[in-house]
Every structure is written in C-alpha cells, then in structure tokens.
Design a binder for this molecule. Structure first.
Ligand SMILES: [Zn+2]
Length: 396
C-alpha cells in the first residue's frame, strides 16, 4: 500500500496536531522517528512493520512509512518496538542504583513489592520519587518490611494502624499492600496476615498482593480472602499448597478466582518461587500468567532473573505467543494499577514510553529457582528504551 504525502499528513502529523495542540508547522517535525521496526502493541492488536513518530513526549504517528523531518532517527529494522515494559513485582526501591538499571532493560514503570514496611517505606518512596521512570510501591504489612525478614515471625509487626499511617503519608507512591504468606515468613498466621493487609488497604481502596508458595494454609482457604484486582504473585510456586493438586491438576478454586478478577503474576525471583515442572503442568492446562514480573533487585542481574526480557523469554519457551508475552508485560500490567493508566500502549497521544528489543534465535539456557535448566530457541534482549519521548542510555 502506498500512502500519498497528503494522506500521511492527514493520518499522522495533522492528527497529532489536533491531539496535542501543537501548531501544525511544528507537528510535522518529529523529535524521534523509529523506522521499520516490528511494532507489537497488544493494546490495539498491532503486530506489523511500522514507523513510530514521537513529538512533545508523545506518540504522534504510527504508519507504514512516515517521511517527515525528525531530529533523531532510529533504525529499528529487525527489532521489536513495543510499549515500555511495566514490571509489577520488583525490588528496585531498595537502592537508587536500581531504577536506572531497570530502565536499560526496557522497564519504564515498576512497582516495588514490599521492600518497605511502615518503619522504612519512606526511604523506598524517596527512591521511587527520584526514579527516572514511574516508580510505585506496595507497603509490606510487616512494619519492618524485608529488612526484618522473615518479617512476620514476630506477628506483632503486622500492624494495621502503622501501615495505614504510612500509606496516608505516601499516597503518591504507595499503590497497594504486600503480604508474604510462606510458612518460613509468617508461620501459621498466613490467613490473619492477609486479613490485616486487607484492613490496611481498605480505607484507601487499594489492592493487596500476596506472595504464595509453601504456605501453612491451602489455596482454597487463602483465595476467598482476595477481592477483585488483588494479585497473587509467584503463581507457579511448588507444593506444599500451590495452585495444583497432588495429581498436578489446577484447583478449581484458582480458576474461579481468576474469573472473578484476581490477577495471577509470575514473579520470577531467585528461591522457591517456581520450577519448570510446575510451569509446564499449569500452562498445559491453559493457566498462563496475567502479568509477568521479575521480582528483580540489583543483585539478581547475575542470577536467574537477569532482566525482564529474559523472564519474558521463558514464557516464549513454553509456547506463549510473542504478542501475548508482550501483553503481559505492558497493557495487562498497566491495567493492574491506575498509576499506569495511560501507559502500556503505543496509541496515538500516549506518553512515548517505548522498549526496543531484539528477538534472537539460537540456543539459550534458562534457569528456574531450583537450579533446573531448560533450553529455549529464542531470547528477547533489551536494545534501547525511550522514556516520555527521550532516548536513554543503553546497557553496556
Ligand atoms: Zn519480591
């Protein structure tokens, strides 16, 4: 299909001028033009070779051939151009080095999941506020957060009033409450920990994220305490008390929880959160993640996490279609937290957060949390990240 210059101006630049209120003469010039990439934007069902025009920090044009002037042009031939990645389970709030590193991996939005509790969430919130990209946090229901791990063995630390106070003074950053329900973290008090997390979240109408795996209570007792929009992370955590029964079948309660709007998140992590056998059994029954996440911290660069595109590649290995993998890391994640309302998309008018990645073919070894390895034929690699219309340093 050939597009005349006139049509092009109508469809892209002129449309942008209307949307952004930029005078038309200026709108014809793009700050950045990404040429010839394979644009995959599951939010609009797009997977095709396209050019992407960026101006004034926003996506202003997506077309087969954009010819307008651009301050900078990126040749993305052979690369994937996706919305900026949103990682809803990280520990990037642990130190100020974290967020810029994650940005190099394509992560333009993140949620620190429970690093801080009432006693130390202010420090996490400060790191989030100073991050280059959108950083948010879930407050740990234990007042000490992970600094006091195993943080709920002394159960008096699950203090609802203190958590509420900490949320109230960090409303701009705290977007939910986290509770780790593993036996070694909370002992036999897992259900009460979740009840307290819900009590802390309720006045603010926030979701709760639970970390499952090797809990005292079974899923059928835990899941009824979750409301629509709550998140189950480490969804493939092996027994005892995972999402599969002793014969490896998905518990009907788990499927029912998803149907009523509970989100199931991958949460790669390092120890005890998934093994290949469990992933295989669950995915063969069609139980795929709603969202992928890394459970990343600065130190897990050298472990099985490595980076978000590496974690995404693990689902490719199990046969999840590429567009679906990208959806779990973009539009699906954006829908979980209102902070990412206008993100996770390359729609015209959206803030220009873009992850440019390369899908390499070859032999790639991936690891689970039990030193199990599997070999995949494809691996996504981060190439370059654009954050609200600006190029950012590449990973070295
Ligand atoms: Zn975590």
């Amino acid at each position: 299909m050939t597009i005349s210059r006139r049509q092009l101006l109508c469809s892209s630049a002129a449309g942008a001028a209307v949307l952004t209120g930029i005078p038309q003469a200026l709108a014809a010039t793009y700050d950045i033009l990404i040429k010839n990439g394979r644009v995959i934007d599951p939010s609009v069902g797009l997977d095709a070779t396209r050019d992407v025009g960026i101006a004034g920090g926003k996506i202003v044009a997506i077309d087969a051939n954009i010819t307008g002037d651009a301050t900078e042009t990126i040749d993305a031939r052979g690369k994937i151009v996706a919305p900026g990645l949103i990682d809803i389970h990280v520990h990037a709030g642990r130190s100020k080095e974290g967020p810029p590193l994650a940005l190099q991996d394509g992560v333009t939005g993140w949620v620190d999941a429970g690093t801080g509790g009432a006693d130390n969430i202010d420090a996490v919130a400060d790191i989030a506020r100073g991050a280059p990209q959108i950083g948010r946090a879930l407050i740990n229901i234990s007042r000490t957060g992970l600094a006091g791990a195993p943080e709920l063995i002394d159960f008096s630390r699950a203090n609802v009033d203190l958590a509420r106070g900490a949320i109230a003074r960090n409303r701009d950053v705290v977007v939910g409450v986290k509770a780790r329900l593993t036996n070694s973290v909370v002992g036999t008090n897992d259900l009460e920990a979740l009840r307290r997390a819900q009590l802390a979240a309720a006045p603010f109408n926030l979701p709760v994220m639970i970390h499952i795996g090797q809990s005292y209570s079974p899923m059928r007792a835990i899941l009824p305490l979750l409301k629509r929009g709550d998140i189950v992370t480490h969804m493939y955590a092996p027994a005892p008390n995972g999402i599969l029964d002793d014969q490896g079948r998905l518990f009907p309660d788990v499927a029912a929880a998803r149907r009523r709007g509970v989100i199931f998140d991958f949460g790669n992590g390092v120890n005890d959160h998934f093994n290949w056998d469990y992933v295989e059994k669950a995915t063969r029954q069609g139980f795929w993640p709603d969202t992928l996440s890394t459970d990343w911290s600065v130190t897990s660069r050298t472990t099985g996490v490595v980076d978000f595109p590496n974690v995404m590649s693990k689902m490719l290995m199990f046969g999840m279609p590429l567009s679906q993998v990208i959806a779990t890391a973009t539009v699906n994640a954006a829908r979980v937290f209102p902070a990412f309302d206008d993100r996770g998309t390359l729609n015209i008018g959206a803030p220009a957060d873009v992850a440019i990645m390369e899908l390499k073919e070859g032999t790639f070894e991936f690891v689970d949390n039990y030193k199990g390895t599997r070999t995949g034929r494809q691996r996504l690699f981060p190439v370059e990240t654009i954050l609200t219309g600006k190029r950012t340093p590449r990973r070295v």
